[in-house]
Design a binder for this molecule. Sequence first.
Ligand code: PHE
Length: 503
Amino acid sequence: MENRSQWGSRAGFLFAAMGSAIGLGNIWRFPATAYESGGGAFIIPYLFALLTAGIPLLILEYTVGHKYRGSAPKSLGRVRKGFEWIGWWQVTIAFVISTYYAVIIAWAIMYAYYSFNLSWGDDPTSFFVGEFLTLTDPGTFGGLVPKVLLPLLIVWVITLGVLSKGVKKGIEKANKIFIPTLVVLFIIIVIRAITLEGAASGLSAFFTPDWSSIADPQVWVAAYGQIFFSLSIAFAIMITYSSYLPKKSDITNNAFITGFANSSFEILAGIGVFAAIGFMAFTYDTTVSQLAAEKGVGGVGLAFMVFPEIVSQIPGIPRIFGFLFFASLVLAGLSSLISITETYVAAVSEKFNISRGKSIMFGGGFAAALSLLYATQGGLNLLDTVDHFINNFGVALAGLFEVVALAWFAKGLKGFQSHANEISDIRLGTWWRFCLGVITPIVLGYMMLQNLRAELSAAYGGYPIDFLFNFGWIVAIGAIFVGSLMSMKKWPNNELDQTDSDD
Ligand code: PHE
């Protein structure tokens, strides 16, 4: 019936899925989260979240995409018409995230270049906010930052260029180059890092278990949050990617491979990052916990303030270490950005019945234009706020809606289970339905309440309330609104009714 694009090979799909999963979340989010949530003891809630929510949901999303062969809104709408808006909601969230994710990659490109001269000088923190971003107060935008514009242009040219070549010749091919290269670069970084003086103290800070943390519900929430973000679940991504799978595909096995590869990379990143921080503590004659308290060990601060400082201190050829680190951020980021942009490129082209090229031009063009907002002097505060709200009240909430809709309000999970079982080696049993129908909704529901409570008890990041309202709440709630609006438009040729276009 319809002529849907397809991956050229199983490895191609897996590289693309891993490319999406392995992103900044692995490099600057996981190590910090694990460190703050009990160190080595975090492995228990983490594995629990991976096995009860991460992989089961990944299997579910792969099944939905594979069975219904459409972008997230189309596939979910085919499961049940009333679910289409959840797909659009996720696509809108993906769109918002892509606009600032691109800017972070642009910074990383600049920093890869700066590595050659160690341009950040003796005080990388003030270099980043002062000289590089010329940061203004929250709520003001200031002017565009010229240094970010060229790399930002490069990011969008690569991303949209890859997408315009299509699924097999574009996305698949790019990931087949990006991901192996990333792994090689990162292994070199880790080897260098663990051979630095003081590395052992960093590793011991990272791995030493604090078993008491397991009793803390916040730690479990952190584990689920990390798994969701890291596996690109509830971003509309995995449904879209799996809709390009050929009919004969082992869904369950693919989900396990993606999940384990992603987690392996996270642990590798934890080792690299903390070995480097151990070295920094050694150089400053202080302890890792002292450093972590003073400077933080995650996010933008880790990548653009702490790491440059570490790089400058590395004996031998610091430039190469710096370049490899920022090049890794760029590769990990680009493959994630490609996947997140594909969600709206696919959805818009299907719903408005326009070619892929036009959809890339409109959707991608619009995202690229909006990303300029974060390329301003106030960009960092804006990015930080939008990211916080769209993750806590976008991705997490949309994930909850998705799993509840599919588990409770579709025809039950059995249909998905038998679809997956028909084509997969590993057979799904009752445990799978129990994880999705009971455990995941409970944990995500609890997580939402926690997030809400935290949000209402203190202004996030100490930002002004009206700033948080305009760029936090409005964006997060706006995504629901835009999502619902998009689902009201009729599909061309009643496409939603052609459920099993392949069978
Ligand atoms: N899994 C990604 C990461 O770890 C999450 C993500 C995907 C974020 C796509 C943005 C775009 O970074």
